[in-house]
Write a protein that binds this ligand. Structure first.
Ligand SMILES: NC(=O)c1ccc[n+]([C@@H]2O[C@H](COP(=O)([O-])OP(=O)(O)OC[C@H]3O[C@@H](n4cnc5c(N)ncnc54)[C@H](OP(=O)(O)O)[C@@H]3O)[C@@H](O)[C@H]2O)c1
Length: 262
């Protein structure tokens, strides 16, 4: 008989990369717990995956921007007597533009979902995993974690937090049987990068990956227990170049580009 694969909790599975992660984990035979605010979308995805793969798929509505959102999600899963073997922290949001022009409340929500809730879920489910001496955590980070990004200031700052937290936790928990993976995609066309007029935010000059490709690579990196995975050779090349420049070079380029916008 086949050994049961760990049940996987995926936040932000109602669209984009999270939805594709759900499909990829399902194709590999993992039972799923899907969480996000748009429950109708999760129900539809759950239906599709149950039918296609004969899996258990649980759907939970969760707003991770509210202070107790992560704690409630953890309690709901415990009450349903479910065990999370793999935690995928994928929920995220961004606001593009000059930091001072964007409503402060929006920046706070970005911080709450991208950083605070991710840290809370990692702590809560991480403790359960440590008791069982096994578990995997996939934190969906971003290439914006590696340097400050004018126009995405608060978003990139939260991703720098996620990267640092994930790397530290990977080191702390290796001896406890828990792997922590920071997945760093570059630009991917999803609702997040869509503008109000239907077009997309400015795209970098590297070959783009689809949400599906990012999800497949994220699954492999998680199951191999990699600590860091940057999606795409173009993004890896750019990050290598950035890493080997003195920071003042990046600062000067950023200032010139921002000045040109005035
Ligand atoms: N697209 C890119 O270029 C890119 C690049 C690098 C990294 N990433 C990262 O990849 C992850 C997924 O992004 P995506 O591009 O797939 O964006 P997306 O299509 O907009 O999906 C974002 C997901 O986050 C969930 N979410 C947002 N606010 C939430 C809240 N308050 N509570 C719970 N869930 C919430 C959304 O669900 P509901 O609205 O239903 O709640 C949605 O399922 C994010 O962490 C993002 O930072 C994206």
């Amino acid at each position: 008989m086949n050994k049961k694969l760990p049940t996987t909790l995926i936040t932000g599975a109602s669209g984009g990369i999270g939805e594709e992660l759900a499909r990829v984990f399902a194709e590999h035979g993992h039972d799923l717990i899907l969480a996000a605010r748009r429950k109708d979308r999760l129900e539809a995805l759950g239906e599709e995956l149950r039918e296609a793969h004969s899996l258990e798929v649980h759907v939970l509505s969760a707003d991770l921007a509210v202070p107790d959102g992560a704690v409630r999600l953890h309690s709901a899963i415990a009450q349903a007597d479910l065990e999370v073997g793999i935690l995928v922290n994928n929920s995220g949001l961004l606001a593009e533009g000059n930091f001072l022009d964007i409503d402060l409340e929006q920046h706070c929500q970005i911080l709450d979902v991208n950083a605070r809730a991710l840290m809370q879920l990692t702590h809560l489910f991480g403790q359960d995993m440590r008791r069982r001496k096994r578990g995997r955590i996939l934190n969906v980070c971003s290439t914006s974690a590696f340097q400050a990004v004018p126009g995405l200031a608060s978003y990139a700052a939260t991703k720098a937090f996620v990267l640092s937290l994930s790397e530290a936790l990977a080191m702390e928990n290796a001896a406890h049987g828990i792997t922590v993976t920071a997945l760093c995609p570059g630009f991917v066309q999803t609702e997040m990068t869509q503008k109000e007029d239907g077009g997309h935010m400015n795209q970098p000059m590297v070959p783009l990956l689809t949400a599906r490709e990012v999800a497949e690579q994220g699954y492999r990196a998680t199951m191999k227990g990699k600590t860091l995975y940057i999606n795409g050779i173009g993004n890896r090349l750019v990050q290598t170049l950035v890493k080997h420049q003195p920071r003042w070079v990046w600062h000067s380029i950023g200032k010139i580009m921002e000045h040109r916008k005035l």
